[in-house]
Structures are given as C-alpha cells and as structure tokens.
Design a protein around this ligand. Structure first.
Ligand code: ATP
Length: 226
C-alpha cells in the first residue's frame, strides 16, 4: 500500500548557498499494509512533514523508491500524478479551508474537481457533514467555526471522495483536549472503515490513549517501526 525503500530527501539548495542542502530524510524504508493505522512520531524537525509530503505526492524523493497504492513514483509520469493524488486525503494542522466558501462548499470541492455528478455530490456531502457532526454548520463560513469544527470540516473534505490513503499532519496541534479527541475519533473511524491512515503528532496523551503501531523518526532516520 505504502512502501518506502532506502528513501532520501533533500530540499533544493537556497540561492547563494554553496553545495547541496543536507538530506532531511535518510535511508528510510518501511511498508504499511493496506487498512493499517500508524502514528508518525519524532521531535520537531525530525522529518515528519517531509515524510508525509512524500506520501501525499507533494514531494519526490531525491533517492530510493516510494510506492503509493501500488504505483512506483519513479515509473509514474507527471500526467498520472493528479489521478493518484485524488486517491489520497490530506489533513493539515492549520485546516487550510477556503475562507470564502461555506462548510458545505468546502467539503464538495474535491468531488467537483473529480467531476462527480451534482446529485451524488449533494448526497455524499450531506452524509459527510452528518458523519462529522456538522449538519448545523453546512451554510457557515469557516471563520465563524471553532478550530475543532474547522478541522472536522477539513477531515470531511479529505475523505468525501473515499480515498484509500489518509495522511494527517499534526491534525490536533491547534486544538484543546476534547476537540482533539473528536478529531482523532473521525480518523480512527476512517481506519475502521478500511482506509490506510497515517497521523503525525506530538500529542503523547492521544498516542497513549490509542495504542497503535508507530513510525518514529529521529534526525531524518527511521528509528522504530512497529
Ligand atoms: N521547504 C523546505 N525547504 C528546505 N528545508 C526544509 C523545508 N521543509 C522542511 N525543511 C527542513 O527539513 C527538516 C525536517 O522538517 P519537517 O518539517 O519535515 O520536520 P517535522 O518533524 O515535521 O517538524 P515539526 O514537528 O516541527 O513540524 C528540517 O530541518 C526543516 O528545516
């Protein structure tokens, strides 16, 4: 489902700096089975966001092989990337909702982009809003919602197209304990429904409450997997 083999990642060298930038991920190898749930742990700067960026195809490895949903990136042309990306849901710490669109319109957006018919779109969006406990907020703009509500909109938007892989980058980082638990409950529910889920976090309390296999990074290297 997700396979990394000897992966290295180096960002572009900033202009005016001599030599290549250092590798921020080094020799990272692991295999995540379909339908698994994994925490992604590590100190600030360890490389968690970079690793997630590779998983959701925002980045390409500088060396090694990344295989996502059975597709090897090294063999995938640029033209094939958008279709593969649409099978991956992404949730960010800062929600990244479109501020001028209502909750309902934000959740509908990936379906519009995928060209789904209007009828199916309305049914699926309504179902997602119910699932995320947001029916009463369907017509609201993001700025009028709490952080926890905004993150639940972001999750609904990430999963409305039923992605096979869902990655979340510090999804509870801006939330209090109760809101964080509600957000995590939605991510766990997606896992129960068969989605492969990876959640990067610093929230040790949540991790302790929900024991699951973890990938642990230290200075760009994978130091634990299991
Ligand atoms: N766009 C970028 N260009 C250059 N270097 C970057 C870029 N993004 C991240 N880095 C560097 O890569 C390393 C890993 O950063 P990354 O954001 O992946 O870590 P992280 O574990 O997610 O940290 P945090 O928990 O603070 O979000 C850091 O040294 C960071 O400075």
């Amino acid at each position: 489902m997700v396979r990394f083999a000897e992966v290295g990642l180096r960002y572009a060298t900033p202009a005016g700096q001599p030599g290549p930038a250092p590798e921020v991920l080094r020799d990272v190898s692991f295999d995540l089975p379909q339908g698994s749930f994994h925490w992604l742990l590590g100190a600030s700067g360890a490389g968690k966001s970079s690793l997630l960026g590779l998983m959701h195809l925002a980045l390409r490895p500088s060396r090694g092989e990344v295989e996502i949903l059975g597709q090897r990136l090294s063999r995938l042309g640029r033209a094939a990337l958008p279709a593969l990306r649409r099978r991956i849901g992404v949730v960010y710490q800062d929600f990244r909702l479109l501020p001028h669109l209502t909750v309902q319109e934000n959740v509908a957006l990936p379906m519009r982009v995928a060209g789904r018919p209007e009828g199916q779109l309305r049914t699926d969006v309504a179902e997602m809003l119910r699932w995320a406990g947001l029916e009463a907020k369907a017509g609201a703009l993001p700025a009028t919602l709490s952080g926890g509500e905004q993150q639940r909109v972001a999750i609904a938007r990430a999963v409305v197209t039923r992605p096979a892989l869902l990655v979340a980058d510090e999804p509870t980082g801006n939330l209090d304990g109760l809101q964080a638990r509600r957000v995590l409950a939605l991510l766990r529910e997606m896992h129960r429904l068969g989605t492969t889920v990876v959640v990067a976090t610093h929230a040790e309390t949540l991790v302790a409450e929900h024991p699951a296999p973890a990938l642990r990074l230290q200075e760009g290297r994978l130091v634990a997997h299991g």
